[in-house]
Write a protein that binds this ligand. Structure first.
Ligand code: 2M8
Length: 445
């Protein structure tokens, strides 16, 4: 596929995956609305159908819980052949819940960052869509506040995650040790559906999936109330990637609040979150010896010593100083034993370091290249002036979709497509790169 074909193909795919007000991440494997998928999809849609991009965000936020959480899976049309179905979560009728069937978890809060990008590219919408933008900004403010308070387990304001699915990087090797420590009790009856459309060796291992289900079961026994969840969930982590995405989103929310002339008190509250995160982030996540950001296991009381793509995401938020950013790039991103293309891989960026024991180049989140991760990391690299590295990630991502189509993820060794097909955010982000008109990244690999 040439770039001229790529844009119409990607647009057609998004139209085909349109379920009426929201876009399925993939038509077979993921037939509902996923939180960060929809935000990233809205960015692609905004390049050719701004009203449809607004509709995507409207549907996502319509499922916000009364306590502020914006859920990770939303089932506007009810059940399908996806497991877990809406009733499995037991979230209906919760006093702090929402009015649209949903999961009891949240996902990386990329929405404020995406909304800012959409507004910057379409400045007229601040007058034409002023009322709705204010509603979006208020909903996002409530969500971020919930993350900084209801999910604050140690007084730091850094949110913690109660299930690997909240990280978006579900069975990344960074979670597998913490998951091993979870004993799956008696599980409610369930039947996995995720291997109907995708090969078994490209999906999570049975022992990990059982623990995913056990954690959902624990959440529903605790009625998804935040205090008991923090006290009792056997899996409780602070995720460097999630916290960095939130910090960047707080910056973009502040911009939004200022652009929409919001009261000073709102802006000051967001500034407070920004200052707190800056004060604690490196102390919690930075490993000076290894020159890496590492996640923190609150149950075990220590950093998780696993080197994954999450280490680069703080660049997106401007959190590392120049010295730490240089170490991330020189010692890791450019290192062919870990992430750089070399003898054992041809495409960047593997989702786990190639020399990690649990690295698996075709298994979901354990090594494959993901288009949205190349998008996030390339944005971070640009922020620090690493333009050549950022361009290389975009070039690789575009080469993969050109050769293999819009897949969920790709084998970094030969670029072959894996996971679900007709994947929406892979299409949406290709549209973003190509329609932004960045000429140098279009060259063929
Ligand atoms: C994957 O997650 C879902 C559970 O939420 C699954 O495996 O069934 C993840 O890659 C997640 O990040 C993504 O949002 C979702 C839909 O693309 O699929």
């Amino acid at each position: 596929m040439t770039d001229n074909d790529l844009i119409p193909h990607a647009q057609t795919l998004l139209r085909q995956n349109d379920a009426g007000g929201f876009t399925k991440p993939s038509p077979t494997q993921y037939p509902h609305l996923w939180n960060w998928d929809s935000a990233l999809i809205a960015l692609g849609l905004a390049h050719f159908d701004l009203p449809r991009a607004f509709a995507e965000i409207r549907t996502l936020l319509s499922a916000q819980w009364r306590d502020g959480m914006v859920p990770h899976i939303i089932y506007p049309h009810g059940a399908s052949d996806y497991f877990p179905p809406p009733e499995f979560w037991q979230t209906a009728g919760l006093p702090h819940g929402g009015d649209v069937p949903s999961s009891g978890l949240t996902q990386p809060p990329v929405l404020a960052t995406i909304l800012r990008k959409i507004i910057e590219a379409n400045p007229d919408c601040t007058t034409q869509n002023a009322t709705e933008l204010l509603q979006f900004a208020h909903a996002i403010f409530k969500w971020h506040k919930w993350l900084h308070t209801a999910r604050d387990a140690d007084g730091s304001g850094l949110p913690c995650l109660i299930h690997p699915w909240e990280s978006g990087t579900d069975n990344s090797p960074r979670w597998l040790h913490a998951l091993d420590a979870v004993t799956p009790g008696e599980l409610p009856p369930f039947k996995r559906k995720d291997m109907q459309h995708v090969a078994t060796d490209e999906r999570p291992r049975p022992q990990d999936y059982e623990r995913f289900v056990h954690l959902i079961n624990t959440g529903r026994q605790l009625k998804w109330e935040h205090k008991p969840l923090l006290d009792e969930m056997p899996f409780l982590v602070q995720d460097a990637m999630f916290c960095a995405i939130l910090h960047r989103a707080d910056e973009d929310l502040l911009w939004l609040a200022q652009t929409l002339a919001q009261p000073k008190a709102i802006c000051q509250e967001v500034e407070g979150w920004l200052a707190r995160t800056r004060a604690v982030f490196d102390a919690r996540f930075w490993d000076e010896e290894r020159g890496l950001y590492l996640d923190y296991d609150l149950r075990a009381g220590g950093r998780i010593p696993v080197n994954t793509i999450a280490t680069f995401v703080p660049l997106l938020a401007g959190l590392p100083d120049a010295g730490k950013a240089a170490r991330l790039v020189q010692e890791h991103l450019r290192n062919a034993d870990e992430y750089a293309p070399g003898e054992n891989s041809a495409f960047g960026l593997p989702s786990a370091a190639k020399n990690e024991p649990l690295y698996a180049p075709r298994r979901y989140w354990c090594g494959p290249v993901w288009i949205q991760m190349n998008w996030l990391v390339s944005e971070g690299l640009r922020r620090y002036g690493y333009t050549a590295e950022a361009d290389a990630l975009v070039r690789d991502a575009l080469a993969l979709v050109r050769r293999e189509g819009f897949r969920e993820y790709y084998d970094p060794r030969d670029g072959s497509g894996c996971g679900a097909k007709q994947f929406s955010w892979s299409a949406a982000l290709a549209i973003d790169w190509l329609m932004r008109g960045n000429k140098e990244i279009r060259e063929e690999k």
